[in-house]
Design a protein around this ligand. Structure first.
Ligand SMILES: [Mn+2]
Length: 248
């Protein structure tokens, strides 16, 4: 039986990530964390931005994925950072400035090396994962049944940004539909992207983004146990960044 630990949006919270590994029973071995029972951590995107140590998160996750001891799928912040690293014109918004400042503070050689590491990680990553004989799918912002097995622009937009309507809220962020409320599939969908005050289980979906970078928790979902390990955030609590659904 394969066992997985899905880890939600880290956003540069390296301290909370290492604390999470220790709390969940992992041990440091060289540049990676390993669980004595061979559990596989699965990072569900948004490794960087807003938090204090995005470059360390990149290095740790990339080292573990490279050695085949962890899995990773990208989030919207990863996609944008990748485009920035390619030299494309991207707006430095949404907390991306912190990651760029970190890179600029390094020597040019080390900055280049971390950028290459991240670009390699991103380029190798699938848009979403199907695990445990296809009984689970993991995607950063979720995935509807109809897109599983599909690829292309609509799928990419959904897994990175969620079920967006194209409209913007007053603060400039996209309006997101609550796709999980209408999900009727049998597969368990593990996702993040929308910070919630506690893990939200609904209709065979689980949102594990508990807003670590906004003063919530870093949450890992243990599968198949369906239990959680959580580490409180060291960041200031910003309640307006959380979405409070009526069912939680
Ligand atoms: Mn996201």
């Amino acid at each position: 039986m394969e066992t997985f630990d899905f880890i939600g949006d880290v956003h540069g919270c390296y301290q909370e990530l290492t604390a999470w590994f220790h709390k969940a029973g992992y041990k440091k071995n060289g540049d990676k964390y390993e669980h004595p029972d061979g559990r596989t951590p699965v990072f569900i995107g948004d490794l960087t931005d807003r938090g204090p140590d995005s470059t360390s998160v990149i290095e740790l996750v990339a080292a573990m994925v490279e050695k085949g001891t962890a899995l990773y799928i990208p989030g919207n912040h990863c996609d944008k950072l990748y485009r920035y690293m390619l030299g494309r014109p991207v707006q430095i918004t949404g907390g991306m400035d912190t990651t760029i400042e970190e890179l600029k503070a390094l020597s040019p050689e080390l900055s280049k090396s971390i950028q290459n590491t991240f670009m390699h990680l991103f380029e190798k990553a699938p848009l979403y994962l199907r695990l445990d004989q296809d009984s689970i799918a993991a995607a950063h912002a979720g995935i509807p049944e109809k897109y599983i097995g599909q690829s292309g622009k609509s799928v990419k937009t959904f897994v990175l940004y969620g079920d967006i309507t194209g409209e913007k809220k007053e603060d400039g962020t996209p309006v997101r539909r609550d796709w999980a409320a209408h999900y009727t599939g049998k597969r368990l969908i593990v996702y993040g992207h929308t910070p919630v005050p506690k893990p939200r289980q609904l209709n065979h979906t689980v949102n594990i983004d508990t807003g670590c970078v906004f003063g919530g928790h870093l949450t890992g979902l243990h599968y198949p146990e369906m239990t959680y390990t959580q580490v409180p955030s060291s960041m200031p609590y910003i309640p307006e960044k959380f979405r409070f659904f009526p069912d939680i």
